[in-house]
Design a binder for this molecule. Structure first.
Ligand code: SF4
Length: 275
């Protein structure tokens, strides 16, 4: 799908219910084809069509703001920048955040869901630091697991990602006086569910404000269409491509991991199973 054909489709979707954030209005800054610097084996968008770490403008800010103004934003708890791929690839993300804060008078928090692969770039960090919540994915404890679960674009390795997250944390402390809130989101898969000590070590190095413990609750679609960006609950049934269920943690496994992470890090842990 080209940008020309997306002009009639809104870059805003939802609100959808998010277990991490509440009633969440989605902003999709990509919307072209699914585009990401990862190609996670559990991605709700299916196999990523364009795997890249190059930033550009996908949807002009003017269109995003026009779509936002006619959306149901007043009825959301949070505005979430996520959508059809990695949102920090959109070079206008900082501009969009500023304009939306102006429209809402900063009354509704803005959250960004990112895979953290671009955080070494100072411009990317500066672009997103005006958000209220930054939720960074960290599933892997080493390059092997990174390749198995997240299948990154060329040139991205585990050390680079970890360094970027630490730089973001430093910026939050030094420049922004403790804001925005830093959340680390971990998707537990068969490949990492036995790496709790290693994950706890990384969390202790980063010291986020909270950790979101997740496991794949949405099916993996064999193709991409725009519905997949907000495919929760009933919407997930509208995906026109065949889907396959993924192995998820049982409630018992999730509780055990939650308890272990709490004991090893003393961090606030939010669980997808809302224990
Ligand atoms: S980082 Fe997010 S959008 Fe990118 S492949 Fe992984 S789950 Fe999908």
């Amino acid at each position: 799908m080209s940008n020309n054909s997306t002009t009639s489709i809104s870059s805003i979707y939802g609100p959808v219910d998010s277990w991490r954030l509440g009633k969440s209005l989605g902003i999709d800054l990509i919307m072209d084809t699914s585009t990401c610097s990862f190609n996670c084996t559990y991605c709700q968008l299916g196999f990523i069509q364009k795997i890249t770490n190059e930033r550009k403008i996908f949807i002009p800010t003017k269109k995003v703001i026009e779509d936002f103004k006619v959306s149901n934003w007043q009825n959301s708890d949070v505005i979430t920048i996520s959508g059809s791929g990695e949102p920090t690839l959109a070079i206008n993300i900082g501009e969009v955040i500023k304009e939306i804060k102006n429209i809402t008078s900063s009354k509704i928090p803005i959250a960004i869901l990112t895979n953290g692969t671009l955080l070494n770039d100072q411009n990317v960090r500066a672009d997103i630091l005006n958000a209220d919540v930054i939720s960074v994915k960290l599933d892997a404890t080493n390059d092997k697991t990174l390749k198995e679960i997240n299948r990154p674009a060329n040139g991205i390795d585990h050390a680079l990602i970890l360094l970027g997250i630490k730089k973001l944390k430093d910026d939050i402390i030094k420049i922004y006086d403790g804001r925005p809130l830093l959340q680390i989101q971990i998707m537990f898969m068969p490949q990492n569910k036995n790496q709790i000590e290693e994950l706890a070590k990384l969390l202790n190095e980063i010291r986020p404000d909270e950790v979101a413990l997740n496991t794949p609750t949405r099916p993996y679609p064999s193709g991409w269409d725009l519905i997949t960006r907000g495919a929760h609950g009933e919407d997930a049934k509208k995906i026109k491509f065949p889907t396959k269920p993924l192995k998820r943690l049982t409630h018992e496994e999730a509780k055990e991991i939650e308890n272990k992470l709490k004991a090893l890090t003393e961090l606030k842990i939010l669980s997808v199973y809302k224990s």
